[in-house]
Design a protein around this ligand. Structure first.
Ligand SMILES: Nc1ncnc2c1ncn2[C@@H]1O[C@H](COP(=O)(O)OP(=O)(O)OP(=O)(O)O)[C@@H](O)[C@H]1O
Length: 338
């Protein structure tokens, strides 16, 4: 069943569409991450679903019911914002219990629930701790427990891990995915960090100028970016003008193999860095940059002609800046862009 459905939702600010006829379905128990550059409409999307922002056109449905005119507190959605907005004067328990007390849950029941949630987010027994004395990551967990407490049918997260350092984010993202899976929570999260989105989501939605540029599983979007915009947003910059003839695309980098059935004629072609292979014959290049990436070395190659190329090399054998080599392209890593 569809937990959330947006049908042609449009929101305009001063003649400009922050959301432009957006259609989106989120299934029950699904985790959907919305990605996109600054100003693409991600926060507006969350706000319109929460009821904090009115749609100029289109409908929002929650569990099949049109939400037009339904106020925020009656939508049954949980919200967690970037700056997690904990109440500094309340202790951890008071913060997590907030939504429960608002709903008139009895004290003993609320206390039992708070204890369970704190266990769940990895802060067992933290009820009486002062919020101000917690680390950023601990505060984030408290905010999450608070958002989960009323058992929202849809949990919405706006840059949930935004202010945390990378190591903590990478750990929390794994924990969150596990937690949502165990609870069966339906999640709509917004982030500008693609690593976070790809690690958390069952499905990613890439936005551009108020529209959905692509939606699909992390693997689909990663392997088959639907446009040059999505490809570059994901950090793939090996894009070149091409003319397809048969199973080859002629480019300034020379011939690039393309999948059988690719339409003939002009297009643009993306070669993922993994598909740029050192070869005895092929395009002559000079290494112009070299960046250590932990498990590999990212190389920038300057070819004889055309834009620079990015390649990945093994740590032990990566060439140095200034070295000359030839490269060939692997068909499996080539994507033909419309
Ligand atoms: N209350 C508002 N009044 C006027 N314009 C707004 C308002 N809220 C958003 N906008 C505009 O709508 C567009 C989309 O904004 P939105 O905050 O949804 O983008 P975003 O993708 O969440 O960006 P960011 O990643 O920077 O948070 C932007 O051009 C923004 O300036």
């Amino acid at each position: 069943m569809s937990m959330l459905r947006l049908d042609g939702v449009t929101v305009g600010f001063g003649g400009r569409a922050a959301l432009d006829a957006v259609d989106l379905d989120v299934a029950e128990h699904e985790i959907v991450c919305v990605l996109g550059p600054s100003g693409s409409g991600k926060s507006t999307l969350l706000r319109v679903v929460a009821g904090l922002q009115r749609a100029d056109a289109g409908q929002v449905y929650l569990a099949g019911k049109d939400q037009s005119g339904v106020p925020v507190h009656r939508r049954g959605v949980g919200l967690m914002f970037q700056d997690h907005q904990l109440f500094p004067q309340r202790d951890v328990g008071g913060n997590v219990a907030f939504g429960l007390r608002m709903r008139g849950v009895a004290r003993a029941e609320a206390e039992r629930k708070v204890a369970g949630l704190l266990d769940l987010v990895g802060l067992p027994g933290a009820q009486r701790r002062a919020v101000a004395a917690l680390s950023g990551g601990e505060q984030q967990r408290v905010a999450l427990a608070r958002a989960l407490a009323p058992e929202p049918r849809l949990l919405m997260l706006d840059e949930p891990l935004g202010q945390l350092d990378r190591t903590l984010r990478e750990r929390l993202v794994v924990e969150l995915r596990g937690l949502f899976g165990r609870l069966g929570t339906t999640v709509l999260a917004v982030t500008h960090d693609q690593g976070e989105a790809f690690a958390l989501a069952d499905r990613v939605v890439v936005m551009r100028d108020g529209r959905i540029a692509q939606a699909g599983s992390p693997l689909e979007v990663w392997q088959r970016p639907a446009s040059e915009f999505v490809a570059r947003f994901l950090g793939f910059d090996n894009v070149v003008e091409a003319k397809v003839r048969g199973e080859r695309a002629e480019t300034v980098w020379g011939g690039i193999p393309v999948p059988t059935g690719t339409p003939e004629g002009a297009c643009r072609v993306l070669v993922r860095p993994a598909g740029v292979r050192f070869a005895s014959e092929g395009l002559p290049c000079v290494v112009s940059g070299r960046t250590f990436r932990g498990d590999h070395v990212a190389l920038t190659l300057r070819p004889e002609a055309g834009p620079e190329l990015e390649a990945a090399a093994a740590l032990q054998t990566a060439p140095g800046v200034g070295e000359r080599m030839r490269v060939a392209f692997d068909a499996a890593e080539v994507v033909v862009l419309p």
